[in-house]
Design a protein around this ligand. Sequence first.
Ligand SMILES: *Cc1c(COP(=O)(O)O)cnc(C)c1O
Length: 380
Amino acid sequence: MDKERIYLSLSQQTGFENEYIQKALQTNWITSGGPNVEEFEYKLENYYKNESFVAALNSGTSAIHLALILLGVKSDDEVICQTMTFSASANPILYQGAKPVFIDSESDTWNICPESLENAINDRIKRGKKPKAIIAVHLYGTPYKVDEVHAVADRYEIPVIEDSAEALGSSYKGKKCGSFGSFGVLSFNGNKIITTSNGGALISNSKETKEQAIFYATQSKDKAVHYQHSKIGYNYRMSNICAGIGLGQMKSLEANIESKVINHNFYKNIFSSIDNIELFEVHDEDYLSNYWLNTILIEPDIDSNIDRESLRLVFEKENIESRPLWKPMHLQPIFEKYPYYGSRIAEDLFEKGLCLPSGSNLTNENKNRIEEVITTFFKY
Ligand SMILES: *Cc1c(COP(=O)(O)O)cnc(C)c1O
């Protein structure tokens, strides 16, 4: 009999979702927006200590797109983006007809490199255009160098969109990720920390900005009895059913994050006795990761037949999902013609890095199977 598949990260039900979904159905609130959506926003704002404003949307991608729209990004503008990320961070730049400018990682957090960022800004200005926005990502739940990156952004007065899709629950110097930028972005896709099936949120610093985001997300209806539009509208609002799932999921947010930390310690324990492999983490207590995914770097060893791909194949044979790190955007066919600043740090991470199963529902039996594969593979 085939062994049950172990996935990288899958959300699990809390059991509370149904009550909210039923309420939506019974009251016939089955459209976008509604009481569940407002309550979900309220809960998220509470989570951010009521210092931020949250607009619930139908995806993290829509949230990034709306952030660009609200910052006035138009065709032929330039927008800076971390190269090491999921394509959803960069695609909305193209939706606006703008031009992405990609920046390498630095090796401490694997996120946007503050020096390459500053070089890029200077060079773009020299070439005649100051970038309109910076998209920085807290990859795999690890905060980027917030102080350094925002110091550069402030120096050139460029707003930061903080892609916190993977980092709900992470924090930097005690402040939650998603609340540092002009805009923060969350995702509630099925593989994130909590899910609404699909969904996302745009975090901002004022009630007016939140209301503007909702205005664009609900087809930009001007105040009038008839349908009147003076701006391009989008259908980006979260549905009341999805928000019901989110309200149920919120009840296990803290527990999910705790499970992720337990998973991280499980891997830490295994890799502490294996030479040359280090489980990725930032050794600085200012950086608190939610450990959305655990990742390792494997130095290829030709004599022992050890590299990233050979370990991945052994996992696959045991029906365990593992995956290379994000392939950098500047190497992607759709983005390779755009400017890139940096060296080979992101490329190197991509060649050597592997993401390991890290779902908050990993069982002890799952962990035993994973440990067996790793210890057998590295026994040489
Ligand atoms: C998941 C993710 C997104 C997009 O979120 P969706 O809700 O799937 O649209 C954006 N950026 C990063 C880094 C992500 O991991």
